[in-house]
Write a protein that binds this ligand. Structure first.
Ligand SMILES: [Zn+2]
Length: 297
């Protein structure tokens, strides 16, 4: 029974996006590190022994130091979930886990964020909706499409997860939620307090921001000249704000000079127009004087 499930899990993993970031040998090795308990009782006892915590709930399996401990009867989904923890972790020379997926240590919800992506990626492979880590999983399910488009890689979530690349996550969140500079830290610190409505609101904001960014990039791709002009203007404004004083000293004189040249060549044509202009000015002055005189009276 286990062999059938393990073989199915192996097949699903090898034929998935994981094979882009982990070679076959690594996947095989991770699948070899499975310990199938003889009873559910043994699984609970091992959990207590390894973690020091008594598990409260229906435990399907757990991963400790790169070993997947599983219940006597496990599905390919449960095998994949635990194996993904092994595949996405880094260990030191003593076998101690030093990196765990996209978990950020010493954060209140770091492990929840990591369980969310683990369960979501397992679900994508097995197609089985277990209801475990449902909220955490829903977060990644809702941002997956935007995340893939943002990095132009349909396996961008797998890449981030396998490479422990939390900078990808930070970059994505900070670009999409540009007004919210601490969104990455905030996510790990409160994960919208595990509230479905709050998580849905957050993913809606992320997707809205991502849509804007992706649309702007598509525009730049389609209209390279306009895009260059746009970035030049934006870049100029940026520089201006950065070095206001410097610009006042340097570029204002250059700009003023070239503006004068332009006026001389294109607009300033001495002749009839000059007189008309002077006449107008004089007329205006006269009127002004008259008003002033009237006021004085
Ligand atoms: Zn897990």
């Amino acid at each position: 029974m286990e062999n059938i499930a393990i073989n199915k899990a192996r097949e699903l993993l090898i034929n998935s996006g994981f094979s882009k970031f982990k070679d076959k040998g690594e996947i095989e090795k991770a699948l070899d590190r499975i310990y199938v308990c003889s009873s559910k009782q043994e699984l609970y006892e091992l959990y207590l022994k390894k973690t020091g915590i008594e598990y409260d709930g229906d435990l399907k399996g757990f991963n400790n130091s790169g070993i997947s401990y599983l219940a006597p009867i496990s599905t390919e989904h449960e095998i994949i979930h635990e194996t993904l923890h092994t595949l996405s972790s880094k260990y030191d020379e003593h076998g101690k886990k030093v990196k765990n997926g996209i978990e950020v240590e010493n954060t209140r919800f770091g492990s929840q964020v990591n369980e969310g992506i683990t369960e979501y990626l397992s679900y994508k492979l097995s197609g089985k909706d277990t209801g475990i880590y449902a909220l955490e999983k829903s977060f990644f399910a809702q941002i997956d499409e935007s995340f893939s488009k943002f990095f132009d890689d349909e396996d961008a979530l797998i890449k981030m997860y396998c490479e422990n690349n939390t900078n990808m996550f930070k970059d994505f969140l900070q670009t999409c939620l540009s007004k919210d500079k601490n969104c990455f830290e905030d996510l790990y610190a409160n994960f919208s307090f595990m509230n479905k409505q709050k998580i849905d609101e957050l993913t809606a904001r992320i997707n809205k921001g991502a849509k804007k960014v992706i649309k702007s990039r598509e525009f730049d791709k389609k209209h390279p000249i306009l895009s260059k002009l746009k970035s030049r203007i934006l870049g100029k404004n940026k520089d201006k704000n950065k070095n206001k004083d410097n610009n006042l000293l340097n570029s204002t004189s250059i700009e003023a000079e070239s503006s004068l040249e332009y006026l001389k060549e294109e607009v300033y044509k001495p002749g009839e127009n000059e007189n008309i202009e002077y006449n107008n000015i004089n007329k205006d002055r006269k009127i002004t004087k008259e008003i002033d005189d009237n006021l004085v009276k």
